[in-house]
Design a protein around this ligand. Structure first.
Ligand code: ATR
Length: 275
């Protein structure tokens, strides 16, 4: 049976084995999918051992996405743009590194949330790995405006200058949070790590245009501080990142198996379990 795995540290909390098992059942694919805890200094050794034991591909999670990028022999354009890899495919030519996180975000927005991005004004909060991974897939949708705002404005500016050449039909801006005052957006995406510290980015009021969606890449049973603040600010709709999690998995599954699973059923099941 073809073997796949998710590798990270920690890994016990990962929902990927369940998601991929459900995809395999649905599509009638004979595969098994494990969770591998790699020592912090043992990422590449663990990948090579899994490959040598017959593994076909891996998902990579915190804190190894940059090491996975360095380990891959070839990269997809979206992995190169992200500078990080969350999906490895082993083939006769070596190790292919892909990044399905941003595509997962865009698919969640379009398929599950019915959110058209073309011609819209998007605010992307954060300038770390999560924001960088989302940028190229978001720009590919041709929004009218994509503003990257970060607590440390310099990092937003660096990120924007890196992607300036990919933004033909989009006005790409970068700034700090305070400079957002007076602007309005149709979609605000939280790609900061603020929720991990149980905090919300310190945003000015009035950012949400009528009908706007507030999207947090984090998810949980309760509203994240960002979602709670967005509701208080009058955002018409809110969504967390559970759909992005399922869609990035579906994208990896499609890369490995050449089939796209029905992510809606799996998302509904995970949502029920969150309670
Ligand atoms: P990740 O890979 O999850 O994006 P990261 O590369 O460490 O993690 O980036 C964390 C991001 O969250 C950064 O944009 C950081 O802002 P700074 O560049 O100013 O550090 C942002 N962040 C973390 N805590 C935050 C908070 N409490 N409020 C706003 N932004 C925060």
């Amino acid at each position: 049976m073809d073997r796949y795995a998710v590798i990270g540290h920690p890994i016990a909390h990962s929902k990927s084995p369940r998601i991929h098992a459900a995809f395999a059942r649905q599509t009638g694919q004979a595969l098994c999918y494990e969770a591998i805890l790699a020592p912090l200094d043992g990422f590449s050794a663990s990948v090579h051992a899994f490959r040598a034991a017959g593994g076909r591909g891996m998902n990579v999670t915190v804190p190894f996405k940059l090491e996975a990028f360095a380990l891959a022999d070839q990269h997809t354009p979206r992995a190169r743009a992200a500078g990080a890899v969350n999906t490895l495919s082993f083939n006769s030519e070596g190790i292919l590194g892909d990044n399905t996180d941003g595509a997962g975000l865009v698919r969640d927005l379009s398929v599950h949330l019915g959110c058209t991005l073309k011609g819209r004004r998007i605010l992307l909060l954060g300038a770390g790995g999560a924001a960088r991974g989302a940028l190229l897939p978001l720009l590919d949708e041709q929004p009218a405006v994509l503003t990257i705002a970060n607590r440390t404005p310099r990092k937003a500016q660096e990120l924007a200058s890196r992607f300036a050449g990919s933004a033909a039909s989009t006005q790409l801006h970068a700034c700090g949070f305070e400079a957002l005052a007076g602007q309005q957006f149709d979609l605000v995406i939280n790609a900061t790590a603020a929720s991990l510290a149980d905090a919300a980015p310190a945003l000015p009021g009035g950012l949400y245009a009528p009908g706007a969606l507030a999207y947090d890449m984090m998810y949980g049973r309760d509203d994240t501080p960002f979602i709670a603040a967005a509701r208080a600010e009058g955002a018409a709709r809110t969504a967390d990142g559970l759909g992005m999690l399922v869609e990035q998995a579906a994208e990896s599954f499609a890369l490995w198996r050449g089939l796209r699973p029905d992510s809606s059923a799996v998302l509904a099941e995970l949502r029920r379990e969150l309670g």
